[in-house]
Design a protein around this ligand. Structure first.
Ligand SMILES: CC(C)(COP(=O)(O)OP(=O)(O)OC[C@H]1O[C@@H](n2cnc3c(N)ncnc32)[C@H](O)[C@@H]1OP(=O)(O)O)[C@@H](O)C(=O)NCCC(=O)NCCS
Length: 183
């Protein structure tokens, strides 16, 4: 089975010959800088994978409405072309399967100007977990293009009854906010 046929079959989103996957948004763009390069002077694969993993985590947080998500699996990674210093690249992700606790997505990276494909990953799986790292059901089955599932803000409100130790610093910070205007 040719790669194109296989790709069309596995993706639930039609893909054009230029590698564009229907419904995929390229939200994240990167400017390839010297610190992102390998010894050959092209973009280091590890840098690109770190950007993809972070982008996929943000996508999973938005889709699953849970800020505790972990990378479970990244399938074969096809580096199709190099990026050079100064290139502008963009990354796209789209969900291909909502499980009970997991989210599967596919990723594309391309040159922002030429649209030439740089990398494809068919399957990235993230899992939503609780504070103990145990997988928890997310209850979703469709993609949101909105921010309607965003989890509660990170900063937990200060507990009513502060433990003694923290009482000092909380009151100090409260005092600083209430400091009197200079006479
Ligand atoms: C992710 C993790 C919590 C899953 O634990 P687990 O014991 O495998 O849990 P489960 O067997 O219940 O699987 C959880 C989900 O992962 C999916 N999953 C497990 N193994 C998988 C695999 N090899 N491929 C695809 N999906 C897989 C399961 O299908 C399940 O999804 P579903 O609930 O939607 O059906 C655990 O493997 C883990 O902590 N891994 C390390 C995560 C990590 O630190 N990543 C790097 C830093 S973010």
């Amino acid at each position: 089975m040719t790669e194109t046929a296989q790709r069309t079959e596995t993706a639930s989103h039609p893909e054009s010959p230029t590698g564009h996957v229907e419904g995929m948004n390229f939200y994240t763009r990167k400017w390839v800088r010297p610190e992102d390069l390998n010894a050959n002077g092209s973009l280091f694969g590890g840098s690109l994978l770190r950007w993809i993993d972070e982008e996929a985590a943000i996508y999973a947080i938005i889709q699953l409405g849970n800020h505790r998500v972990v990378t479970k699996l990244i399938s074969e990674i096809n580096f199709q072309a190099s990026a050079r210093k100064g290139d502008l690249i963009e990354m796209g992700l789209i969900a291909t399967h909502f499980g009970r606790t997991s989210l599967t997505m596919t990723a594309r990276v391309r040159n922002m100007i030429t649209r030439k494909s740089i990398l494809t990953i068919e399957k990235i799986v993230f899992v939503g977990v609780d504070e103990d790292g145990t997988p928890i059901p997310h209850g979703y089955s469709t993609i949101t293009y909105d921010r309607d599932r965003m989890p509660r803000p990170h900063a937990e409100p200060l507990p009513e009854k502060l433990p003694e130790t923290r009482k000092g610093c909380a009151e100090a910070s409260l005092r600083s906010t209430r400091r009197q205007p200079p006479r």
